[in-house]
Design a protein around this ligand. Structure first.
Ligand code: NAI
Ligand code: 13P
Length: 298
């Protein structure tokens, strides 16, 4: 194994932004399914032999990708994806845990549009891991325009990062329906309560929802057309079909599949999640105006 070497796996928007940021203090490699003209682009085998691996592929692809490609030989993983597996309702940490010991896994969370990170604009992020060593080792790799914090609340970070994408869809719908800023702020605030209720069920800490991973990322994503999930919501409110919206987007909007995962878990564990439920129903074709009426009267 190449000790001390770092590689990013997945050269989408976030993978490329992280590669850019992680190249400030050291050489950082990057790989993806198709060859790209990026500095230090390497093949997958070269990347998998690095001690530090930042994985930025869509949540729904992770299990199959790990099965097909990954062999654990002591690598330290930083998970950059935000989502819950739709088919099973599995959290990403559970998926990674069956391939890699928990002490070798960290999750990066917090408000971070790739388009701003790749311009070296400042932001603050959280590295979440049961092992503080993972935070200490990874935080040294980050450039000085990114401040990193440590948290051991892996499930809190995971839930917050995944749930805010669903709420960003709801917030985009709110703007698309021209319901006004009062409605949008009400939706986001109730969304925060809802995602904490969900997280608490799985043992997440309240502090994660009050900080960068929860409120920070939610306020960012649910207030900006820079968010792909928000733009999905805008399209749904304008009665565009989901297929049409996603074809146009050409990038992943994790909230779409995650809405189904959350709904599955909400039924399985009997957790009251009215906003996520309506997002899932709208994705299945319910008229957003009917969802609004139902939310106001619940
Ligand atoms: N774009 C952003 O601002 C941020 C994105 N994220 C998260 O990072 C993850 C990736 O997002 P983006 O890079 O923005 O998406 P993207 O749509 O720009 O790129 C996804 C990349 O994953 C690759 N990919 C897809 N399926 C794959 C597979 N089976 N095996 C290997 N590679 C595969 C694609 O080729 C593509 O390069 C998502 O979970 C997203 O929520 C997190 C923070 C910020
Ligand atoms: O997670 C993000 C910012 O923190 C990116 O959000 P979108 O995937 O909605 O663009």
């Amino acid at each position: 194994m190449k000790m001390g070497a770092i590689a990013v796996i997945g050269a989408g928007k976030w993978g490329q932004a992280l590669h850019f940021a992680l190249s400030f203090n050291q050489e950082c490699y990057i790989t993806s399914r198709t060859k790209k003209n990026i500095k230090n682009f390497v093949d997958l085998d070269f990347a998998l032999d690095c001690e530090y691996l930042v994985i930025a592929i869509p949540a729904q692809e992770i299990r199959a990708w790990l099965k097909q490609n990954f062999k654990f030989k002591g690598q330290k993983i930083l998970v950059a994806s935000k989502g819950i597996e739709a088919d099973t309702g599995a959290f990403l940490n559970d998926i990674y845990s069956s391939f890699i010991p928990d002490e070798n896994i960290g999750f990066i969370s917090g408000p971070s549009f790739a388009a701003e990170v790749i311009k070296a604009l400042p932001c603050a992020l959280v590295i979440n891991s049961v092992s503080k060593n993972i935070y200490e080792e990874y935080s040294k790799f980050f450039p000085n325009f990114i401040k990193t914090y440590y948290s051991s609340d892996v499930i809190g970070a995971e839930v917050a990062g995944a749930y805010k994408n669903v709420l960003a869809i709801a917030s985009g719908i709110c703007e698309g329906l021209e319901l006004g800023k009062n409605a949008q702020a009400s939706l986001i605030a109730r969304g925060l309560v809802e995602m904490y209720r969900f997280g608490k069920h799985f043992g997440a800490k309240e502090s994660s929802f009050l900080g960068l991973s929860g409120a920070g990322d939610l306020f960012l994503t649910a207030n900006s057309t820079m968010s792909r999930n928000y733009r999905v919501g805008l399209g749904l409110a304008k009665n565009r079909t989901l297929k049409d919206i996603l074809d146009d987007l050409g990038e992943v909007a994790e909230g779409v599949k995650t809405a189904f995962a959350i709904d599955k878990l909400s039924i399985q564990y009997d957790i009251y999640l009215p906003i996520a439920k309506e997002v899932k129903l709208i994705l299945e074709g319910k008229n957003p105006k009917d969802s609004l009426k139902d939310l106001l009267n619940k």
